[in-house]
Design a protein around this ligand. Structure first.
Ligand SMILES: NC(=O)c1ccc[n+]([C@@H]2O[C@H](COP(=O)([O-])OP(=O)(O)OC[C@H]3O[C@@H](n4cnc5c(N)ncnc54)[C@H](O)[C@@H]3O)[C@@H](O)[C@H]2O)c1
Length: 379
């Protein structure tokens, strides 16, 4: 019985890389940690030339290029100088969250395709401005949610979309760590803007919202705290002093279609996990063992709970392996393929707008202490 249920989700799809004569001239904006995975991926492709790099910190881009053996690159002190002086096909925006919007909008206005790291930005208004620039430019903008390319994450969507669970009415998601507050630019408003939600929470939201087709968020009641990041007992004293973002967040979100989203995310707490992800439908439910999801991994096999022939049945969905190159490579490749083939963005901005709005409204609701109606300006 389980096999019959499972077989509908497990047909093999063969993915082959297409070949073409098109070469891409690519620039990297921001040469910090995540830029490494972009550059490693581009270097692994025979149709890409990395021609320019920019970073606000003097000498950082130069050292970065040297470390990766990238030759014949021009260096710039910010995204503006780079985009004013280069003819590029595409840029990777790998800056911290607070400069995502300005770099992306500037690139799109120059007619350059953009692969923008997650989270899309910090506020709803910024997300709207980004989408306006994207639409005006007619260029591809894809947001860097690599878990979308993972077979386990695809399986979550396949199960929900198959109708096996029936109409979805409640979702609990989130995840996180007992102790795992990062440092660097992630912990200050002036660079990151948001904390655990921008780092890992946005992935949990994308996992479930993508599965159910990204309904619009209608209202949000949010809560945030910083009891660990700002406490020298749990964080390095220098980092604790500058820490001013959230290390924990929880929210109750009403989505279009009468769906309730119950969300929590943690960089640190006195608990190992705030729980598994569960998706409740009128015909069945799906349990996804607790995951941070950034690398697509799940905490064990998923379970479908449903009634079959009047009996309560549990179908275990075995974990899926991933074939071929890694998720970071696939993220970059799917972006370039969309440019080359005139396709649509692999991770479209109009979906991630709702992800960003939920995060933004959790912060706003936490600040004012009550539920808020989500207002998204006309695009
Ligand atoms: N997809 C993933 O798995 C993943 C993993 C880690 C980080 N990220 C995201 O990547 C982004 C960067 O994270 P990071 O850890 O690399 O940060 P980082 O602080 O190490 O690097 C960011 C760099 O951008 C530069 N920068 C900022 N504004 C700039 C501008 N206008 N022009 C040129 N350079 C500019 C900074 O000087 C810095 O060197 C964040 O948004 C983060 O959420 C994604």
């Amino acid at each position: 019985m389980s096999d019959a249920v499972l077989s509908q989700f497990t047909q093999t799809v063969h993915e082959e890389e297409k070949k073409s004569d098109k070469r891409f001239k690519v620039g990297i904006i921001g040469t910090g940690w995540i830029a490494e995975s972009h550059v490693e991926s581009y270097l692994d492709m025979d149709d890409v030339d990395i021609v320019a790099m920019a970073d606000l910190i003097p000498g950082k881009a130069e050292k970065f290029a040297e470390r990766y053996g990238v030759k014949n690159v021009r260096f710039y002190p910010s995204h503006k100088e780079m985009l004013d002086n280069e003819e590029l096909d595409a840029v990777s925006v790998c800056t911290y969250n607070m400069t995502h919007a300005e770099c992306t909008i500037y690139a799109l206005n120059k007619g350059v395709n953009v692969l923008l790291e997650k989270p899309m930005c910090v506020t709803t208004e910024e997300a709207v401005e980004i989408i306006r620039a994207e639409r005006k430019s007619g260029k591809i903008l894809s947001i860097g949610f690599q878990p979308r390319l993972d077979e386990n994450m695809k399986m979550v969507k396949k199960i929900v979309q198959s109708g096996e669970l029936g109409e979805i009415y409640y979702i609990q998601t989130g995840g996180g760590r007992r102790r795992g507050v990062p440092n660097s630019t992630f912990i200050e408003k002036k660079t990151a803007g948001i904390g655990a939600m921008g780092d890992i929470g946005c992935y949990s939201l994308d996992m479930v919202l993508n599965a159910i087709g990204y309904p619009k968020p209608l209202t949000v009641t949010g809560y945030t705290s910083d009891f660990f990041g700002s406490n020298p007992l749990y964080n390095n004293p220098d980092d604790a002093k500058r820490f001013n973002v959230e290390d924990f967040a929880a929210a109750f979100v009403r989505l279009d279609g009468g769906i309730i989203l119950d969300f929590r995310i943690s960089w640190a707490m006195h608990l190992d996990t705030p729980g598994d992800t569960v998706i409740l439908g009128k015909k069945g439910a799906l349990r996804i063992p607790s995951t941070e999801c950034w690398n697509g991994s799940i905490g064990g096999p998923m379970t479908i709970y449903h009634d079959v022939a009047g009996k309560q049945v549990e179908t275990i969905v075995p974990e899926c392996g991933n074939k071929g190159k890694g998720l970071f490579y696939k993220k970059v490749r799917s972006f370039l393929d969309a440019i080359r083939d005139g396709g649509s963005a692999p991770v479209p901005s109009n979906e991630i707008l709702y992800n960003q709005a939920i995060i933004d409204y959790i912060i706003k609701s936490a600040e004012c202490g009550h539920e808020l109606k989500v207002e998204i300006p006309e695009i």
